[in-house]
Design a protein around this ligand. Structure first.
Ligand code: ZN
Length: 435
């Protein structure tokens, strides 16, 4: 099977930005022909070859497949929220050719059998690729390290206790040393439980006025600083998940200047919303870490712009309606994000915070680099490709989402630009129906 993607603006940050045709043979990129390098008479050469499906990408942006480093697929154990199949389909619809699956399932992905089960379900689903993240500690209990070698041998790409911090400093140090030995990335959910004050939203005037307990910024940033210190000590890379505070951005920026191997991600809700969203969206604005103050949102945007924050991930956290339609104190943390992330990223581009090339870097090439994955629009590489239409305007309608869950604060938002095609290994797994 051959596919020709024709006439699109092909962007691989730092490598290629040109109008070009891409020819895909089987699962690989076979040819890249810049339009200015071919004679007009031959520009349709690919489409005239037999057995070639042509995709018209004129006025669209063709990028390396997007990779979401932070997704909760909920299977095994919480299939009423999401399954690997629905989550991977939602990923494809959202423009992601691959996702990292966090280990807080039931049972926890703290052993090779669960890792292998997740991978087998992902193969059956046949949508986005899944890279399982194994747990750092057995049962996410923060007591005993998992067998990283076995997790890695079964297909885990990284380790994390995401959802919970590793509170024990010595255990985290050992985790980094062990991860270094077996070549696994450590992803840290940074939260000092002794400093979070039992809060349910960001500490500040909104929490005070609503009579809700607040979580101070330091509960995140103190842990970010500890993890940077441990990364420096052990000379082991660390990736900081879902950065939400100005103090965390500052700490990561300073660490990078010192040469510490720290990378970081944030999620669209942290650059789009503030804690005032809790008034309007209620429990659909409840997550951990919480939405912060306007000064934090500004710092997150500055961190994205200057490269302190390497990655935009979603922290896609599906929950059933009954877990959100309860009192704020008791509601589950998290929102779904796979099917809105690219459009919200494009909003950041439209607002002039980052360039389109930066957005592609943060959603594709940077996650690939951090995870050690092969991606990119290059001859011989796997044909994992995302095509974006920057002009299509639409209103967010969560009832149409592929995800099983509907906990989305962006419902009804008018957005412009969206993924229109996602390809994995030369296979189209999602194509937008223009009607
Ligand atoms: Zn987390």
């Amino acid at each position: 099977m051959r596919i020709a993607i024709q006439g699109g603006r092909v962007i691989e940050p730092g490598h290629l930005d040109a109008i070009a045709d891409i020819l895909i043979e089987d699962d690989k990129i076979a040819k890249i022909i810049k339009t200015d390098e071919i004679e007009p008479a031959k520009s349709t050469a690919a489409s005239q070859m037999p057995d070639v499906r042509t995709i018209d990408a004129a006025a669209k942006i063709v990028c390396p497949g997007f990779i979401d480093m932070h997704v909760h697929l909920r299977e095994p154990g919480h299939e009423y929220k999401e399954t690997i199949e629905t989550g991977c389909r939602a990923a494809a619809w959202g423009g992601f050719s691959a996702v990292c699956a966090m280990p807080n399932t039931n049972p926890v992905n703290d052993n090779g059998q669960i890792t292998e089960y997740i991978l087998s379900r992902a193969v059956q689903a046949n949508f986005a690729r899944v890279y399982p993240v194994g747990a750092i500690s057995k049962g996410l209990e923060g007591q005993k390290l998992c067998e990283f070698e076995k997790l890695k041998a079964s297909g885990a790409i990284a380790v994390s206790d995401d959802g919970l911090p590793v509170m024990d400093d010595q255990l985290m140090r050992k985790a980094l040393e062990l991860a270094k030995n077996c070549g696994l990335l450590v992803i840290s959910h940074c939260e000092n439980l002794n400093l979070n004050a039992g809060g349910v939203m960001n500490a500040g005037p909104t929490a005070d006025q609503m009579g809700l307990a607040g979580i101070p910024n330091i509960s995140e940033s103190a842990m970010v600083e500890r993890d940077i210190a441990l990364s420096e000590l052990t000379e082991t890379p660390i990736h900081i998940a879902h950065v939400s505070t100005a103090e965390s951005v500052r700490a990561i920026r300073e660490a990078k200047i010192k040469g510490v191997a720290v990378t970081a991600e944030t999620a669209p809700h942290y650059f789009m919303l503030t804690d005032e969203a809790v008034r309007e969206y209620g429990t659909h604005a409840k997550m951990n870490p919480p939405l912060r103050a306007a000064k934090d949102r500004a710092a997150i945007r500055a961190g994205l712009a200057d490269g302190t924050i390497d990655v935009i991930a979603t922290d896609h956290a599906p929950h059933a309606a009954h877990e959100k339609t309860v009192e704020f104190d008791k509601a589950a943390n998290g929102i779904i994000g796979l099917e809105t992330a690219v459009s919200l990223g494009l909003k950041l581009v439209e607002e002039g915070v980052i360039s389109i090339s930066d957005l592609i870097e943060k959603m594709s090439t940077a996650p690939a680099r951090i995870l050690g994955l092969e991606n990119g629009i290059r001859i011989g590489r796997p044909a994992d490709i995302t095509i974006i239409d920057p002009d299509v305007a639409y209103n967010v309608d969560a009832t149409k989402f592929q995800s099983l869950s509907r906990n989305c604060p962006f419902e009804g938002w008018q957005l412009k630009g969206k993924p229109v095609l996602t390809m994995v290994a030369g296979q189209v797994i999602y194509e937008f129906d223009f009607e």
